[in-house]
Design a binder for this molecule. Structure first.
Ligand SMILES: Cc1ncc(COP(=O)(O)O)c(C=O)c1O
Length: 434
């Protein structure tokens, strides 16, 4: 049996450092919200492989669907000899996407690919080229996606030049004093000083910023962006790759604002751990590119589509949207309790089960504590809890437990979190007695 240390030494020789690891913990097996490493140690998983496992590790229904498909065929390529599961999954997603306008769906393999395709479709439809994105946003690691992404290091620096005609607006973050008004003042100025709105193909926004720090867009922002897009013939793209598939208590986070985006990008939790991404959109926009202009060899693979159909069944049968709301309430109330003991927790925020705490020095929003955040992730790992950080200033812990997690594991996870916080931050009460 290999140890984590042995595997880490091999990894350092064989795999480039550009692919980072949160923990030097090598997974051996996993089930629902638990994971065991190669040394037999058990972890509670509050990361879900970056939001991929809303239905948990190896959900029996998803595993059965994949096994059944494995017995039939693993690959045909939808562009060569199509198969029903792709069509059936598209039909279901078209019905689930918000708004009354008829929809169509294309499947791809990764989130970045979904974003690339959404931009291609918007450009073809509008015959325009510029795209507006948001500061702090994250859209993937391909060249178009890093151009859209609003965080320089480590995503953009050294990889330029970026795609031309990409502009960024401020994303409202109440904790940092950035308002919806700031965003529209910047947009107004952008249209006056930098780009004619008639050249703008798309505005792309995460309804809840993921990598950027788990900030939810105020509903007013999304509604006003919808109006701007309608006024200028711009395609509104909601990037729901991290916020979608029940995570926020609705199928898509954008539903909290009541708007209908033109295109929605999906990935991560769509197929319970099998790579699958897609773009769902208004049918007339989706049909703009000519035959052959979209697709991909592995895009919408039969294994992924079978898993995707099973994931939708699980979301319905286990009422995971409601469960997301319950998990969100539990987590945010526990974190607010911890905030009293640990002044380093500057803010606790959530939309459903997309929960975060921001760690700061001296209780000041403008003093991010990236060191402490890093230390907490490592300490939690030592206590048997997988945590993930995020944020433009790398000072946010995001909580992404599977929506299928049991109450007992949730509670145990928070106990481990408290132990880790005690270790690296020393609670107020702990200091008084220590
Ligand atoms: C909002 C958002 N868009 C796009 C991506 C890129 O997805 P992938 O890593 O599958 O390419 C991510 C990944 O974290 C994401 O959170």
């Amino acid at each position: 049996m290999s140890s984590n240390a042995e595997l880490q030494a091999r990894r350092q020789k064989a795999v480039p450092r550009g692919v980072s690891n949160s923990l030097a913990v090598y997974a051996e097996r996993a089930s629902n919200a638990e994971l065991w490493d190669v040394e037999g140690r058990r972890y509670i998983d509050f990361a879900s492989g970056i939001s991929v496992l809303n239905t948990g590790h190896v959900h029996p229904k998803v595993a059965q669907a994949i096994a059944r498909q494995l017995e039939k065929f693993t690959h045909a390529c939808f562009q060569v000899t199509p198969y029903e599961s792709y069509v059936a999954l598209a039909e279901q997603l078209n019905g689930l996407a918000p708004g009354a306008t008829p929809k169509k769906t294309i499947f791809l393999t990764t989130g970045a690919e979904a974003v690339e395709n959404a931009v291609k479709i918007a450009r073809f439809h509008t015959k325009r080229s510029a795209v507006i994105a948001f500061s702090g946003g994250f859209h993937g690691r391909t060249l178009a996606c890093i151009s859209l992404t609003g965080k320089v290091s480590p995503y953009k620096s050294g990889f330029g030049p970026m795609l031309p005609e990409i502009f960024h607006l401020p994303y409202p973050t109440a904790y940092h004093g950035v308002t919806v008004e700031d965003c529209f003042v910047a947009l107004d100025r952008l249209f006056k000083a930098d780009v004619d709105p008639a050249r703008v193909a798309a505005i792309i926004i995460e309804p809840v910023q993921g990598e950027g720090g788990f900030y939810a867009a105020p509903p007013e922002l999304l509604r006003r962006l919808r109006t701007v897009c309608d006024t200028h013939g711009i395609v509104l793209i909601a990037d729901e790759i991290q916020s979608g598939f029940g995570r926020t208590g609705r199928m898509f986070a954008v539903e909290h604002s009541g708007i209908e985006p033109d295109l929605i990008t999906i990935a991560k939790s769509v197929a319970g751990g099998v790579p699958l991404a897609g773009v769902i959109g208004k049918a007339d926009i989706m049909d703009a590119p000519a035959a052959g202009g979209l697709g991909g060899t592995f895009a919408g693979s039969p294994l992924a589509c079978a898993a995707g159909l099973a994931v939708l069944e699980v979301l319905r049968e286990e009422q995971l949207l409601k469960r997301a709301q319950d998990i969100g309430r539990f987590m945010s109330s526990r974190l607010k309790g911890l905030q009293v003991r640990f002044p380093c927790i500057g803010e606790v925020r959530n939309l459903g089960a997309m929960v975060a705490m921001e760690l700061v020095k001296n209780a000041r929003a403008d003093s991010p504590d990236a060191e402490l955040t890093k230390a907490l992730v490592q300490a939690a790992g030592r206590h048997g809890l997988v945590l993930l950080s995020c944020g433009v200033y790398a000072n946010v812990i995001r909580f992404l437990a599977p929506l299928t997690i049991t109450d007992a594991l949730l509670k145990e996870g928070f106990h481990l979190l408290e132990l880790a916080l005690d270790e690296v931050a020393g609670g107020v009460a702990a200091k008084a007695t220590g």
